[in-house]
Design a protein around this ligand. Structure first.
Ligand code: ATP
Ligand code: ATP
Ligand code: MG
Ligand code: MG
Lengths: 170, 158, 170, 158
């Protein structure tokens, strides 16, 4: 049981710092995972701590809304290193992010999608979804009860020379 | 592998038979408030085997189009995931609801929930761990789990 | 006790429909409050139901994220009719709103601020805060521990002829 | 009446003495993630008499600047609300924390928490009902309260 747990825990705790640095696009950012009980980690808790760029080490409950979002994404993508599901589905994860962080997270998602993980995100913000390869547009059709219509749009045709910013969508 | 297309039959706000996709490496779902974006995520989680309380309904029957206004248009609804595996072949995973029971099919053949779940784990989908799904409004809580909850998360994927 | 409760409840339940229509900018939107026990309302629950424009009557837990935000704001501003606090403080209430709803809610807040209630909102979205009379900008100052610097900017000078859209801020 | 200016002394991320404002009829607080916007809202709720668990801290001492990294810069912190009443006069409501006790002052005079709270209710600020404050991430829950909770909310303001 110890061996199975360590096989899971080690790759994630090694990767989490690298992923948090990539999400924050800042080498001074740090993230660590530590087991309370080194001999039998599955019996006790696992601590998670992030040091946001430009800040000091402090308890996680001190983070602001946007800082928590970035910390959570780092943990999720680090766990993926150990348990590689074929795709991610993320529903409005950008709600608490300011424009700088939206750019960083969208770029990270874009880079991750290129490396063999499929990403499906729901977003209301153009700065986020204009980096996608394709859009699935949902619109309400006139009816008694809510009816959703669907339209799909391939963006790769518009992205001459990489980057997503020259596509003025919809 | 990757998710190629989805087929929805009277699932939540999707009336009748709708094919959605193809999904690319990075796909964004967009649309106004209340149009049905999160319902599409519910469709994906439903076909992977998610329980009704995480699909924002009290019972599986409420997933049928029209149920919230007491006018369900049918007695069943279903979602099919057309999944392209690593060899490039399409596999069809389908889950349907008749009344209050679920029916699972792989490539058209009915299978038990256990077999279906085992096949899901084959393609590295652990619906209990959910470390690849983030529901609306839940992202911040993932960072704030207490240490014991975090251990449980690791146990799920080990 | 019944009298005191009714004195509170009646003005709110009369106002809620009007406020919800104003927030949705749509006369077909409806909102109602109803006490489970008409004789002794304080003993049981109070039901709240909203019918979003273009939709039918359905349970509140069926609403989407953005629809819940608008329903919650209607309730808050209706309660204000009965208990008029001097100001409101709202922290990123626009997180789940699409661009159309941001416009509607920001306009409603702007109109409400003109009628004797002071509004203090925290927002990350320019479409929301460019309608304000003044901005309080918070920025991180370089330091060991997070230190907030503050700068204030009066926008009323820029708003010749009403409307906030011609101000390209920060 | 209306909130005119705020004076913060070593409150959360606000170091030393900072005067913030004046606040207009419609004021927006803007700034990047983690800069201190919600801390400013905490300062407003603190001076109105809010308890520590709604200020995102375990104990009042943690409000002092530097507490999260175990280097509090002072033994006390305080917030003063300069409130302009309906007649246009400025009233000073001040709450300070020394160690783990709160001290309340109105126009410079120390008063008991009960008198302070009564004065707040005079200007229609019912901190228990909180129907004029929405914390970050809480807006959707306001619509989803269960019927009994809603009744309790009405009882607070009646
Ligand atoms: N079984 C059903 N039949 C028909 N309509 C349904 C059904 N279940 C839910 N709905 C409707 O779907 C709508 C909600 O859709 P959803 O939550 O997907 O919106 P959304 O696009 O995610 O919006 P937001 O951007 O606000 O999060 C509601 O209006 C609800 O009434
Ligand atoms: N007592 C304190 N002394 C110094 N810094 C503090 C103190 N308490 C909290 N902080 C810091 O304040 C920051 C959080 O600020 P706040 O929550 O106000 O951010 P925000 O501007 O609301 O961000 P967001 O847009 O992400 O919600 C954290 O980085 C935290 O470490
Ligand atoms: Mg949604
Ligand atoms: Mg905040």
């Amino acid at each position: 049981r110890y061996r199975r747990f360590q096989e899971c825990f080690d790759p994630v705790s090694q990767k989490i710092d690298e992923i948090y640095k990539a999400l924050s696009r800042n080498q001074s950012a740090q993230a660590f995972l530590g087991a309370d009980n080194m001999e039998e980690p599955y019996l006790e808790g696992i601590q998670y701590n992030c040091v946001a760029p430009g800040k000091r080490f402090r308890p996680m409950d001190n983070l602001s809304g946007g800082e928590k979002t970035v910390a959570a994404l780092a943990l999720l993508f680090a766990m993926h290193a150990r348990n590689p599901s074929p795709f991610f589905v993320l529903d409005e994860i950008d709600a608490a992010l300011d424009n700088t962080n939206i750019g960083k997270v969208a770029q990270f998602i874009c880079d991750t999608a290129k490396n063999d993980v499929q990403l499906i995100v729901i977003s209301l913000k153009e700065e986020f979804y204009n980096k996608a390869d394709a859009l699935v547009g949902i619109f309400p059709e006139p009816a008694n009860c809510t009816v959703s219509g669907v339209v799909t749009m391939d963006l790769t045709k518009f992205k001459i020379g990489g980057g997503g910013n020259d596509t003025t969508l919809l | 592998g990757m998710l190629h297309t989805l087929e929805l039959d009277n699932f939540k706000s999707y009336k009748g038979h709708q094919v959605i996709g193809p999904f690319y490496q990075f796909t964004a779902i967009i649309g106004p408030n209340g149009s049905g974006k999160s319902n599409l995520m519910d469709a994906i989680c439903f076909v992977l085997g998610e329980r009704s309380n995480n699909l924002r309904v009290r019972k599986l029957m409420d997933l049928i189009h029209g149920a919230p206004i007491n006018k369900p248009v049918a007695t069943k609804c279903s979602v099919t995931m057309n999944y392209r595996d690593d060899k490039g072949e399409i596999r069809k995973y389908c889950r349907a609801v008749h009344g209050s029971t679920s029916e699972f099919r792989i490539d058209g053949k009915v299978v038990t929930p256990q077999v279906y779940n085992a096949e899901m784990e084959e393609i590295k989908i652990f619906i209990k761990a959910k470390n690849f799904l983030v529901y609306q409004g839940q992202i911040e809580q993932i960072a704030m789990k207490n240490p014991k909850e975090r251990t449980a998360l690791f146990e799920e994927i080990s």
